[in-house]
Design a protein around this ligand. Structure first.
Ligand SMILES: Nc1ncnc2c1ncn2[C@@H]1O[C@H](COP(=O)(O)OP(=O)(O)OP(=O)(O)O)[C@@H](O)[C@H]1O
Ligand SMILES: CC(C)(CO)[C@@H](O)C(=O)[O-]
Ligand code: BAL
Length: 282
């Protein structure tokens, strides 16, 4: 596996590999890799001949400086995992490589539609401008045919699709299923911060989502939301940011269960760690 730190080195490595039949896939990550990330690599390998994984903890998408500072960075371990997964190359640039004038902000603001300001966008203001800014830079560097993202960050996939439309980019965005621990907790790099009791309390998120999914056509919307929110807010050490049942396209709350395109989404702080999860309904 090739380990590349600069855009110049990345382009020099990619160029001779490209022929008319080869497809390039990009799997963007912030590292601290787990089986969720590996599933994206595996799906990418089924659809492309060259799979580039990027590892970059992108400062412009963090709204909480403490969250950025303590974000896990086990780079040696990540490289080993990617090597074992048979990834073609890993791109791990410095902050200066991606943002030459950092910490001076670059001029970046694009229209991502009104869903930008809902849910994660409401709790992490400007988050999706930062996400789309770095993903555009990664797309420019790799020029992938396909790019793979996890459904765990459901709103992120929507925002990236909107960014692709905005610039009319020739890249296909593939959304991949959420990988969970055996007890239902969605895998996440930030799970490493959970204490033993946080880890147990965090299960309420997937349980509340599963409750809504199982009862979607049995209970009223009011009852579904009321019970799910109560399950979460009565769990010790868990502080709910939002639990919503929304339309998958607009992310606005659905009006009733005739909606065939609904999703339940949740975000909560478990101990000191903020987690998100979601489940498609119907
Ligand atoms: N459990 C999972 N299943 C499938 N894809 C996942 C999972 N967790 C993360 N991903 C995807 O991996 C990509 C990189 O995500 P990232 O590196 O931020 O990891 P993460 O586990 O989501 O970390 P965190 O949420 O703690 O930042 C994203 O597209 C994300 O949606
Ligand atoms: C897409 C991404 C790599 C951009 O920094 C990040 O938001 C993530 O890991 O989901
Ligand atoms: N996977 C989402 C990246 C973030 O939380 O910033």
């Amino acid at each position: 596996m090739e380990i590349l730190h600069t855009i110049t080195a990345l382009k020099a490595w990619l160029q001779p590999q490209q022929d008319a039949s080869s497809k390039i896939a990009l799997v963007p990550t912030m590292g601290a890799l787990h089986k969720g990330h590996l599933s994206l690599i595996e799906i990418a390998q089924q659809q492309a001949s060259i799979v580039v994984c990027s590892i970059f903890v992108n400062p412009t998408q963090f709204t909480d400086p403490k969250d950025l500072e303590k974000y896990p960075r086990p780079l040696e371990h990540d490289i080993k995992m990617l090597q074992e997964a048979g990834c073609s190359a890993v791109f791990m640039p410095t902050v200066k490589e991606m943002y030459p004038h950092y910490p001076t902000p670059e001029n970046w603001h694009i229209d991502l539609g009104s869903a930008e300001f809902l849910l994660e966008g409401e709790f992490r203001k400007g988050h999706y401008q930062g996400v789309t800014q770095i993903v555009k830079k990664l797309f420019d560097a790799v020029q992938p045919d396909l790019a793979f993202f996890g459904q765990k960050d459901f709103q992120q996939v929507l925002m990236i699709k909107n960014m692709v439309k905005y610039f009319d980019l020739p890249v296909e965005i593939v959304s991949c299923p959420i990988i969970r621990e055996d007890d239902g907790l969605a895998m996440s790099s930030r799970n490493i911060h959970l204490s033993a009791s946080d880890r147990q309390n965090a299960l309420v998120l997937s349980r509340a989502l599963q409750f809504v999914k199982d009862n979607y056509h049995r209970l009223s919307l009011e009852a579904l939301l009321g019970q799910a929110r109560q399950m979460i807010s009565t769990t010790p050490g868990v502080e709910l940011d939002y639990f919503t049942i929304a339309d998958q396209e607009t992310l606005l709350p659905i009006a009733d269960q005739t909606n065939k395109n609904a999703i339940a989404l949740v975000a909560a702080k478990v101990g000191e760690t903020r987690l998100i999860d979601n489940m498609l309904l119907d």
